[in-house]
Design a protein around this ligand. Structure first.
Ligand SMILES: Cc1cc2nc3c(=O)[nH]c(=O)nc-3n(C[C@H](O)[C@H](O)[C@H](O)COP(=O)(O)OP(=O)(O)OC[C@H]3O[C@@H](n4cnc5c(N)ncnc54)[C@H](O)[C@@H]3O)c2cc1C
Length: 436
């Protein structure tokens, strides 16, 4: 061990993966998780015998996730979706696979001939500006029809946000960099398909995705304290120990001295923890908004009773369709289960959370049948008042967030949100902390 200790607040996937990689670098860790269970927003369980995912539905098996599966000996529990499953969009009363390859684009009936011409003209449009919204960018570069039927629902659906409220500078900085590199977004997309850089397969585990954080917490049980909320992060004072611990993490059990602190907590909770240490940033952190969600879990037989091809990841609903559903994840088809997850709410329709669970289930089941032709039985309804980071105008507040040396934020609102990205950030941060 290096003799220094990194204190990690939060035992979601970011904190636990960071603990794992720091251990690989022989750095001591003290990780505190407020709840009794590891995983944070990754929560899986069984309702009437069916596996339900109350958080993320699937992850891409990137090289890093592949490495964790090997390190934790989880291979025998992995469920892998068939390769190259499309995500679909529901528009004009039908489901259409998103046409992201040149041949699919040429043959799709999702887009009119005029809309296709507008897409092909993208290389002649002005480059993205950080000050326009994602909606303005997509409509200006690819045409209004392609925005409303395809790009808006797919991009907004990732966060449950309205692209008309998402500034490019915050929500699409990665895409802007790719445009700068390739000269056009269409070229980037064609380069990806032609270069064979298809997405790694979607996976889950027999008992759901929470198996991954659970296995990480078990593997590092000595360093992980579950059910132990950190109540404050303070600078150590009055200790004459040059080069020694700089911060203290306070919990009901006492305080733990650490050299470095990594906070992986939601923005409002991070604000509470930094009240003493970075008081000027507290208000800005509290400004960041999250989108509320309701998820209905439906038992349905798409193979037997549906009118659509069940070989897909699921669908997002086009902006012109008259449905309250945002989208659905077809976990049953992907992972040989029997429950489909249907999402409602988000920035477009936060009022749906005012409805009762029974009503939310009813809406989800009726609309699922409209889209797929298959009747559905409601198994469970789950609410997240603060679900996805919205990446909207409130993200301007992030520019005013500053933490003292030795205190870092590793979170899905300061960097990318998907589980593979969280794990990638944990790995690179571990390297940086081990070298510091
Ligand atoms: C509904 C939903 C669906 C998603 N779907 C997908 C998907 O299909 N695929 C995908 O790749 N990604 C998906 N994501 C994104 C991804 O799941 C999250 O970004 C990621 O899991 C966040 O992990 P984290 O560890 O950074 O944060 P969190 O999971 O929020 O972990 C933070 C942890 O900190 C703990 N904590 C809070 N306060 C304290 C305190 N005072 N002391 C100690 N601990 C504290 C919390 O209890 C929590 O466990 C989804 C997210 C949501 C919300």
């Amino acid at each position: 061990m290096t003799g220094k200790t990194v204190g990690i607040v939060g035992g979601g996937i970011t904190g636990l993966a960071l603990a794992h990689y720091l251990d690989r670098h022989d750095v001591d860790v003290a990780l505190f998780e407020a709840t009794p269970d590891p995983g944070g927003v990754i929560r899986s369980g069984r309702v009437d015998g069916s596996v339900v995912e109350w958080g993320p539905q699937r992850v891409r098996r990137t090289d890093r996730i592949d490495g964790l599966i090997g390190d934790l000996d989880l291979e025998s529990e992995v469920r892998t979706a068939a390769p190259d499953l499309p995500v679909c969009v529901y528009a004009d009363g039908d489901l259409h696979p998103a046409p992201f390859s040149p041949s699919a684009f040429a043959s799709t009936d999702l887009l009119s001939a005029e809309a296709k011409r507008e897409v092909l003209a993208e290389p002649f449009t002005e480059p993205a500006s950080p000050d326009e919204t994602a909606a303005e960018l997509f409509a200006r570069k690819f045409g209004a029809e392609t925005y409303r039927k395809l790009l808006g629902p797919l991009f907004g659906g990732i966060y449950g946000s309205d692209p008309a409220e998402m500034p490019v500078g915050h929500a699409l900085s990665g895409l802007v960099a790719l445009e700068r590199r390739d000269g056009s977004l269409l070229k980037t997309a064609i380069g990806r398909t032609a270069g064979g850089r298809d997405a790694p397969p979607a996976i889950s585990f027999d008992d759901g995705l929470q198996r991954l954080p659970e296995a990480l917490a078990d593997a590092h049980a000595d360093a992980v304290r579950l059910g132990t909320p950190v109540t404050a992060v303070r600078e150590r004072v009055g200790v004459d120990e040059p080069g020694g611990p700089t911060y203290e993490l306070e919990t009901a059990e006492g305080s733990t001295a650490v050299e470095q602190v990594v906070l992986t907590t939601r923005a409002d909770l991070t604000a509470d923890l930094l009240a003493d240490l970075a008081s000027a940033s507290v208000g800005s952190l509290r400004e960041l908004t999250y989108n509320p969600f309701a998820t209905a879990y439906l038992r349905a037989d798409l193979e037997g009773e549906g009118e659509v091809d069940p070989a897909a990841l699921g669908y997002q609903v086009g902006f012109d369709a008259d449905l309250r559903t945002l989208g659905a994840s077809w976990n049953a088809s992907m992972f040989d289960r029997d429950v489909y997850s249907v999402f409602l709410g988000g920035m477009h329709d936060p009022e749906v959370l005012d409805e009762s669970d029974d009503r939310i289930g009813e809406i989800a089941a009726a609309e699922f049948e409209t889209v797929t032709g298959a009747p559905a039985e409601v198994v469970d309804v789950h609410r997240l008042e603060r679900g996805f980071p919205a990446y909207d105008d409130s993200w301007a507040a992030l520019d005013r967030v500053d933490t003292p040396t030795g205190v870092r934020l590793a979170t899905n609102y300061t960097a990318r949100m998907g589980v593979p990205s969280r794990i990638r950030e944990a790995a690179s941060l571990a390297e940086e902390l081990a070298d510091s």
